[in-house]
Design a protein around this ligand. Structure first.
Ligand SMILES: Nc1ncnc2c1ncn2[C@@H]1O[C@H](COP(=O)(O)OP(=O)(O)O)[C@@H](O)[C@H]1O
Ligand SMILES: [Mg+2]
Length: 388
């Protein structure tokens, strides 16, 4: 192919090459309006030139309040509504004359949290100057949820593999230590020459070694139960045991933060037909949130009881509670009030899904300043945590 001199101007080509440009111009408003993405066009003075129907719906704007208004008007600017500070992405696209892509978590007019992928495309004129920016906002909430769940499943799967590896590596030396301790205990009981004053001390040390080694073995077992493959089989799950194991796994963090724990576990609570990993995940997510909420100590209470054919699990803390304006949003994926690196905003959304698949329910009672109580109700024989 013969090389042509590079043309610095990007010509406006019709979307469908065989279509007459006049015809395209004619249907352009309908075309943009029918798009499933939210589209807004701003000029270089940052005045809105056009916005499609989806844009108005998505960001709760009235038709007259957008066109000819400044694009940063917080009434409709999605970035302004998200309370983002710093440079606006449209300005950035004007400045660098290149498309800019951003991910944004925004609250929809209905109050739910949605995730958007926004592209800010600069339009250049014949002299290479930016005349307009076309913003295309795509709602990727569902896709992100799916991706997050996949990532979460992958993390759990790799944690499972890791835990299995660690358990295997630790179990053999633990078994050897236990066998050695038992041999010494047998020797001690058969050896008459040991001074009685020393016998008691040696016996105490050996009992301590035996207890601590057992504890290590149990910890690896608990880790394995928490991190089984996501598709693991359904079985009868002892919720009380799941609660006890959760607290024992969190023991280090709990004592570091000076948190007191209370277990009010009704021994008559029946087992529930479920995936062990799911139920343990629910206990862990709720307990972790409670622990993270009580930075300066407090009391974590985990309670079980049964009513009819349902098991009720309560996780209660004495932390700061949840603000009324956050109450509807805490279940949304990616909603978090924690600093980056500490919160993913996925715990409660996954917990609610696990509970729903079990035909159960979850709700929260809270009073700002007086802690939060999450109440999970699980039918004894639900669908067993199956999909769909
Ligand atoms: N026990 C609690 N006390 C106070 N706030 C809580 C509690 N549990 C959850 N929250 C609020 O709900 C948000 C979402 O929780 P979650 O989905 O587990 O995500 P993450 O813990 O990663 O932030 C938290 O960031 C927090 O604001
Ligand atoms: Mg959490």
């Amino acid at each position: 192919m013969a090389s042509q001199p590079a043309d610095p101007i990007i010509p406006i080509v019709p979307i469908v090459p065989h279509m007459d440009i006049e015809q395209v111009r004619h249907i352009l408003p309908e075309l943009i309006d029918s798009m499933s993405d939210a589209v807004v066009v701003v000029d270089r003075q940052q005045l809105v030139v056009a916005a499609n129907r989806r844009y108005l719906e998505a960001f709760g704007s009235l038709p007259g309040s957008v066109v000819r208004h400044h694009c940063q008007d917080a009434l409709h600017c999605p970035e302004g509504a998200g309370a983002r500070t710093g440079r606006c992405s449209a300005c950035e696209a004007i400045e660098i004359k290149q498309p800019v892509r951003r991910m944004r978590n925004l609250t929809a007019p209905a109050g739910t949290q949605r995730r958007w992928e926004a592209t800010f495309n600069p339009v250049l004129d014949a002299s290479g100057e930016v005349t307009h920016v076309v913003e295309v906002w795509r709602d990727i909430t569902e896709r992100s949820e799916l991706e997050a769940q996949l990532a979460h499943s992958e993390r759990l799967a790799s944690l499972g593999t890791l835990a299995a590896g660690v358990a295997h590596e630790l179990n053999n030396p633990m078994a050897a230590i236990l066998a050695g301790v038992e041999r010494l205990q047998r020797w001690l009981s058969r050896e008459p020459s040991v001074d009685p004053r020393h016998r008691e001390e040696i016996s105490g040390v050996l009992a301590g070694l035996e207890r601590e080694t057992q504890r290590c073995t149990e910890t690896t077992e608990k880790l394995l139960l928490l991190a089984q493959p996501v598709r693991a089989a359904t079985s009868w799950v002892d919720v009380n045991r799941a609660v006890r194991d959760t607290l024992s796994l969190l023991n280090y963090q709990i004592s570091k933060q000076g948190i007191r724990t209370v277990q009010e576990l009704d021994p008559r609570v029946p087992a529930v037909w479920a995936r062990e990993t799911g139920i343990r995940g629910v206990c862990m997510n709720l307990a972790m949130n409670a622990v993270q909420a009580m930075k300066d100590g407090g009391t974590l209470t985990m309670r079980t009881r049964s009513v009819d054919a349902r098991v009720i699990l309560e996780v209660e803390d004495t932390g700061p509670g949840i603000l009324p304006e956050h109450l509807d949003r805490i279940w949304d994926p990616f909603f978090t009030t924690k600093p980056i690196g500490q919160g993913t905003g996925l715990g409660l959304s996954i917990t609610r899904q696990v509970v729903a698949r079990q035909d159960g329910s979850i709700r929260v009672e809270t009073r700002p300043g007086h802690g939060a109580r999450f109440i999970v109700e699980l039918p004894v024989k639900g669908r067993g945590g199956t999909d769909g």
